[in-house]
Design a binder for this molecule. Structure first.
Ligand code: TYM
Length: 324
């Protein structure tokens, strides 16, 4: 039997280069070898979204990105979290075996509380429990995510161990699967790329918009004038070049060190390379956008398939916990 893979992403709208390099590229690669389930986690999104008017269009935009990036509904299950409501029941049950102290020490909870001090809701504290429910509802073993999700996965493993100890072996311990770019830094050159921080580049931008965004990127702070030699190892634009440009042939690092190219030239090369890499994605996305009923059908079909697995697990969990 193929190993089961699960991952999810919040429907914050169009996906950015961080999502793409840190996670989506792995989702696509894994669908050929594993039994993959990918979820648009709309309930998780509610922990930060105060205005939910955008939620449905965000889900749609994100699905366009996923499908255009190469996720194939014939090879994997794609569904919206709330369309398989069993996850909320399992979330409540797992909440009973999760000590509050574990949740309060999660670094992402502390970060979020700082980012949205006016909205430190109960759901935010329980965020990793809901994430664990997502994973174990499908008994997934491998979880493709970016580095920022590692504390959540560590907690998921602890909850699984505790559950298995209390009620007998039920769930496998999930393991993270990272890409070669598990932490993409944003255009500000310091924080992780994220929509909430506004330091991101969306995949679905036009080539011109991409160039405009890249031009705003912070580079090596020691390089104030074009004649100053640069330090590519500390430069975030260079980090992105490492993915998008053929560094061996372009020799960008050397030219930067010798001040043979300036930051503006370097950014133009990067934007060009991103646009080249994403051209087929953008073409597919445009074609998909012309058939919204296809996206609806993919999600309905995905929820039906995921629901079958979810209901089976929930029956087993309730039996083990003495509820039936
Ligand atoms: P989310 O929506 O923040 O991000 C989706 C995926 O993109 C990765 N990612 C990044 N990787 C590298 N560099 C970045 N700058 C960057 N920004 C985002 C994330 O690591 C993630 O893999 N809690 C999750 C969603 C979730 C989930 C799950 C994931 C809910 N249930 C179960 C796995 C399994 C989240 O908010 O991802």
């Amino acid at each position: 039997m193929k190993q089961r893979v699960f991952s999810g992403a919040r429907p914050t709208g169009r996906q950015h280069l961080g999502n793409y390099l840190g996670a989506i590229r792995n989702y696509v690669a894994l669908q050929n070898e594993y039994d993959c389930i990918y979820s648009v986690v709309d309930i998780h999104a509610l922990t930060s979204l105060e205005d939910t008017k955008q939620l449905q269009s965000n889900i749609y935009e994100m699905m366009l990105d996923w499908l255009a990036a190469g996720l194939d509904p014939k090879k994997c299950i794609l569904f919206v979290q709330s369309h398989v409501p069993e996850v909320m029941e399992l979330f409540t049950l797992l909440g009973m075996v999760t000590p509050l102290s574990w949740l309060l020490r999660v670094p992402t909870f502390k970060d979020k509380a700082k980012l949205q001090p006016h909205n430190v809701n109960y759901g935010l504290v329980g965020y990793p429990v809901l994430m664990t429910a997502d994973i174990v509802l499908y008994k997934a073993e491998a979880i493709p995510v970016g580095e920022d999700q590692l504390p959540h996965l560590e907690l998921a493993r602890e909850i699984v161990r505790r559950f298995n100890n209390m009620f007998g072996d039920t769930f496998p311990e999930p393991l993270a699967k990272l890409t070669a770019f598990p932490m993409v830094v944003g255009l500000d050159g310091k924080d992780k790329m994220s929509k909430q921080l506004g330091n991101h580049i969306e995949l679905a931008l036009t080539p011109e918009e991409t160039l405009e965004r890249v031009k705003t990127a912070v580079t090596d702070p020691a390089r104030r004038y074009r004649r100053d030699p640069g330090h590519p190892e500390v430069c975030n634009v260079y980090r992105l070049q490492q993915y998008f440009n053929e560094l061996k042939t372009s020799g960008i690092a050397e030219k930067c060190r010798q001040a043979e190219i300036g930051c503006v030239d370097c950014k133009e090369l990067l934007a060009e390379a991103i646009n080249k890499d994403l051209a087929p994605f953008r073409e597919r996305r445009q074609a998909l956008a012309a058939m919204p009923e296809y996206v609806t059908k993919v999600l309905a079909d995905g929820a039906a398939r995921a629901g079958v697995i979810a209901r089976k697990t929930l029956v087993e969990v309730k039996e083990r916990m003495g509820l039936d």
